[in-house]
Write a protein that binds this ligand. Structure first.
Ligand SMILES: NCc1[nH]cc(CCC(=O)O)c1CC(=O)O
Length: 308
């Protein structure tokens, strides 16, 4: 048993980020630590009129939190792993990855039960390049080239409000965020990974610390989930090998079953048509390095044009 520590958690102030920070706070308090939150607004929260890939990508949600860790105002930062860049800056580590919530994407709409149900010329809202490319492929296969996909940014509540105001016939969101905020009843359809392959890290939370805080790493160790950590390591290795930027439509999803890790990935040309390149790989469950090797291998298949 590690000794009790005072721990300050740096967190964004969106309802989802606060839920996630409170969740970690409760888990650490149950282990005897004295925990407080430090709320902050990041550039990613302020810039709402442009798509993330155009204004600097994933790092926008993370940098201010890292600055608070750097100057000692906070000890840890809780992140949706999907938003964490593949390479952390020198001096920072992912101390643990926690058990994953539902990694799948959810279809939210008041009138349409699924994409097949959309009225002519309907508008779907999403700013994710991955969701756009996968939806385009799905719509094209269904002969629905009339449907438009338009940008949608903001936190979960903002996106749901824009849907409710009628700006979109449907929107696509991560099931994990909706479930955490008790908004599960807004979900009309959950896309299986076959229908819409999730983003690397989707649904998983990671905790970041300064590298040289071994007492913190020890305090966080009981919160880690090894299965999720291995899956996410494989998924993130695909993103890293593909250039690690969110200006690329990339999906990567791993599952562990029967002593094996299965990894699937998909890539689309953001400028191009509905063509998708897909790849998959399987390896025996091993350590983090072997999960990452599987990711690198699957990425090289993607770059070579995929598994046909
Ligand atoms: N990009 C924003 C973001 N980052 C993490 C989640 C959802 C929660 C998660 O994946 O853990 C969301 C919202 C969404 O994609 O709908």
């Amino acid at each position: 048993m590690s000794s009790a520590l005072p721990i300050t958690i740096a967190t964004r102030e969106s309802r989802l980020a606060l839920w996630q920070a409170e969740h970690v706070k409760a888990l650490l308090e149950a282990r005897g630590h004295a925990v407080q939150l430090l709320g902050m607004t990041t550039r990613g929260d302020q810039i709402l009129d442009r798509t993330l890939s155009k204004v600097g990508g994933k790092g926008l949600f993370v940098k201010e939190l890292e600055a608070a860790l750097e100057d000692g105002r906070a000890d840890i930062a809780v992140h949706s792993l999907k938003d964490v860049p593949m390479e952390l800056p020198e001096g920072f580590d992912l101390a643990c990855v926690m058990v994953r919530e539902d990694p799948r994407d959810a279809w939210v709409s008041s009138d349409c039960a699924s994409p097949a149900d959309l009225p002519p010329n309907a508008v779907i809202g999403t700013s994710s390049l991955r969701r756009t490319v996968l939806l385009r492929a799905m719509l094209s296969a269904a002969g629905r080239d009339d449907v438009r996909i338009e940008p949608l940014r903001g936190n979960l509540d903002t996106r749901l409000r824009k849907l409710d105001e009628g700006q979109y016939a449907a929107i696509v969101l991560a099931a994990a965020g909706l479930k955490r905020l008790g908004l599960e009843d807004r979900i009309r359809h959950i896309f299986s990974p076959d229908e819409m392959l999730p983003a690397a890290g989707q649904g998983a939370l990671g905790i970041e610390t300064r590298t040289l805080r071994p007492e913190l790493v020890q305090a966080l160790a009981p919160l880690a989930d090894q299965t999720t950590w291995l899956a996410v390591a494989a998924e993130r290795a695909v993103s890293r090998a593909m250039g690690g930027s969110c200006s690329m439509p990339l999906a990567a999803h791993a599952t562990l079953d029967n002593g094996q890790i299965q990894l699937r990935a998909a890539w689309g040309d953001p400028e191009g048509g509905p063509t998708l390149v897909t790849a998959h790989g399987v390896a025996p469950v091993g350590d983090l390095a072997s999960a990452e090797s599987l990711g690198t291998l699957v990425a090289s298949q993607l770059r070579a044009g995929g598994a046909h």
